[in-house]
Write a protein that binds this ligand. Structure first.
Ligand SMILES: Nc1ncnc2c1ncn2[C@@H]1O[C@H](COP(=O)(O)OP(=O)(O)OP(=O)(O)O)[C@@H](O)[C@H]1O
Length: 559
């Protein structure tokens, strides 16, 4: 805000400029700061005010019209209070807000899904005052019927074609790529014998997708420089009531619709992973300054709720942070029965599920991209050896922060996913070309958990996140497999997540791969998927990254 007022001392005139300060302890946490300027001449003061206001008004990335959705029952039921804390900032910045309290689960989803394109065009953004669940509802409501992505590869088809191609290759070429022992193990996996073994199985060149799993959607990946944008703005109004978009007489910015999140949930993973902070005022400042960045989203397709299900169409859900099976699904299922305990329900459910120490048989396939741009290159395992991949991964760990070079590279992996390539063609291709080809790899075993993290998934319990060096907009997710291990070993792994700087992948029962897509098939007793904190039963599942599918009011963590 900036505006002149008269000094009690007769000859001085002053005006105030509202901006913010970074906290010394954690520079991701911002506090509002007011600078006061004065001059003896009222005209000069006014000219400065006009000049600053003119610059603010010309910044089209700043929102003017927002829809605010508050979950009054999320987290510690502090949603309304959090909004009341930050609403004066929106008022000062002159941002119009339409505020709605959600009345039930799925309310936010319905509002977004039922909004017409015209209504959405008249909004600069949707602000979620709640947790990851509410964010997920808004995300799904916005993209479910609007996102025209590539069809999900069916897990069964991936496995069958891999087996078929491998058999063909073996018949045609006695000097197969694979050591015979490994190949035989892989083949026996494919034939679904009751194999309890663990370890990497086999790979087949050329993905089996009918189309690329990657989004080539042009994203607004302008990572806005902090310094030029840090004056908040001017007068505002709060406009509570029903959902009515004011289409006329408004100043539409040129930025795409963005989603903002004022954290008021139990875990607030999305807010912490995208801004580094759980502070509502910081979150509000990111919105008011017009911060903008694309965010990768995982499209989850589930087939068959149970192995027995028949004639069920596949179900789709989009996730912004994490899809986890086994331990993560069981904890979520257990905690849903104890919502009345508030955020403490996760701890209690976690202990209960940990003590049961269950494992689940599954087959997991992922697309290995052997050649990806510099900076990411060595993060992807190249030879299936988990030991090797762990070493390269540790050596090239890059945390996603504000102005992230990796996310800004504009990586387009579509050319790597060439479904027309015939196996023979590939055989003839140079070694160099072969090295650039994506390939499916498949694993089978008993897992405590199977997880896909598309962002770091930082939270209070895991300060570095489940996947500390996952990027917000690189088009890849982190596939994390926890194989069967002893209870004390698993406990050590879980504890490593709670310690800053520890390495939760440095265990011989943990496997970790970066990929744009993976498929999953359960082979025995079933757990349930936990997708951004919501339960999702699926016997078979595909997770594919849609690169930069949505834009958010954030710039990435500064720390
Ligand atoms: N008025 C309401 N009454 C009951 N449930 C609601 C209402 N509004 C929203 N919900 C549901 O509450 C769920 C959880 O909300 P939210 O994500 O805000 O809090 P949380 O689960 O405590 O936090 P987190 O997801 O960060 O752990 C949402 O998925 C939504 O379906």
């Amino acid at each position: 805000m900036c505006g002149p007022f008269t000094n009690p001392l007769p000859q001085m005139h002053r005006f105030a400029v509202h901006t913010f300060l970074r906290a010394q302890s954690n520079k991701c946490n911002w506090t509002p700061k007011v600078h006061t300027f004065c001059h003896a001449s009222a005209e000069i003061c006014q000219s400065w005010v006009d000049r600053i206001q003119g610059l603010i008004d010309r910044d089209l990335s700043r929102p003017k019209n927002l829809l605010v959705l508050i979950n009054p029952y999320g987290g510690k039921k502090a949603g309304v209070r959090q909004w009341e804390t930050v609403a004066p900032l929106f008022h000062k910045a002159g941002v119009k807000t339409k505020v709605l309290l959600t009345e039930r689960a799925q309310h936010a989803y319905d509002l977004m899904a039922q909004s017409t394109e015209e209504e959405l065009k008249n909004l600069d953004g949707v602000i979620v005052v709640g947790g990851d669940g509410l964010f997920n509802e808004v995300l799904n409501g916005l993209v479910m019927h609007r996102h025209k992505g590539h069809p999900a590869p069916n897990p069964e088809r991936v496995l069958d074609l891999m087996a078929k191609r491998w058999k063909t290759k073996k018949r045609n070429n006695s000097s197969s790529h694979l050591p015979s022992e490994e190949g035989l193990r892989a083949l026996s996996n494919m034939e679904r014998k009751n194999d309890q073994s663990s370890g990497p199985s086999f790979d087949v060149h050329s993905p089996l997708l009918t189309d690329s799993p990657l989004e080539s959607r042009a994203v607004n990946s302008t990572f806005l420089p902090a310094a030029s944008k840090d004056v908040v703005g001017s007068a505002s109004t709060r406009d509570p009531g029903k959902l009515q978009y004011s289409g006329s007489n408004r100043h539409k910015t040129n930025a795409p619709l963005r989603i903002g999140i004022i954290p008021a949930g139990s875990t607030d993973t999305v807010a912490i992973s995208t801004t580094g902070s759980r502070d509502p005022v910081t979150a509000a400042l990111h919105v008011l300054l017009g911060d903008s960045m694309p965010l990768d989203i995982v499209k989850i397709t589930g087939w068959k709720k149970t192995p027995q299900s028949v004639d069920e169409p596949p179900r789709v859900r989009y996730a912004a942070s994490f899809a986890g099976y086994g331990f993560y699904g069981d904890v979520m299922r257990e905690s849903e029965n104890a919502r009345w305990l508030g955020p403490a329900r996760y701890d209690i459910a976690g202990v209960k599920v940990f003590l049961k120490h269950k494992t689940y048989q599954a087959e997991v396939s992922y697309l290995d991209i052997p050649q990806i741009p510099a900076g990411l290159k060595n993060l992807t395992p190249r030879n299936g050896s988990s030991e090797n991949s762990k070493l390269t991964d540790r050596a090239h760990r890059v945390i996603c922060r504000v102005n992230c070079g990796i996310c800004a590279q504009g990586m387009d992996l579509n050319h790597l996913v060439d479904s027309d390539s015939e196996e023979e063609e590939l055989e003839e291709a140079s070694a160099e070309l072969q090295a650039t080809k994506p390939r499916w790899r498949s694993l089978r075993g008993s897992f405590h958990s199977v997880g896909g993290a598309v962002m770091s998934c930082r939270n209070d319990k895991a300060p570095d996140g489940l996947a500390a060096h996952a990027h917000l907009a690189d088009g890849l997710l982190h596939l994390i497999l926890i194989r069967k291990c002893s209870r004390p070993s698993y406990l050590r792994q879980l504890i490593s997540l709670t310690r800053r700087g520890a390495d939760p992948f440095n265990f011989d029962f943990v496997e970790h791969y970066k990929t744009p897509v993976f498929t999953f098939t359960s082979v025995g007793e079933e757990s349930i998927w936990n997708i951004d904190g919501e339960l999702f039963p699926a016997h078979q599942l595909t997770a594919q990254v849609a690169r930069g599918l949505v834009n958010i009011y954030a710039r990435g963590p500064e720390d």
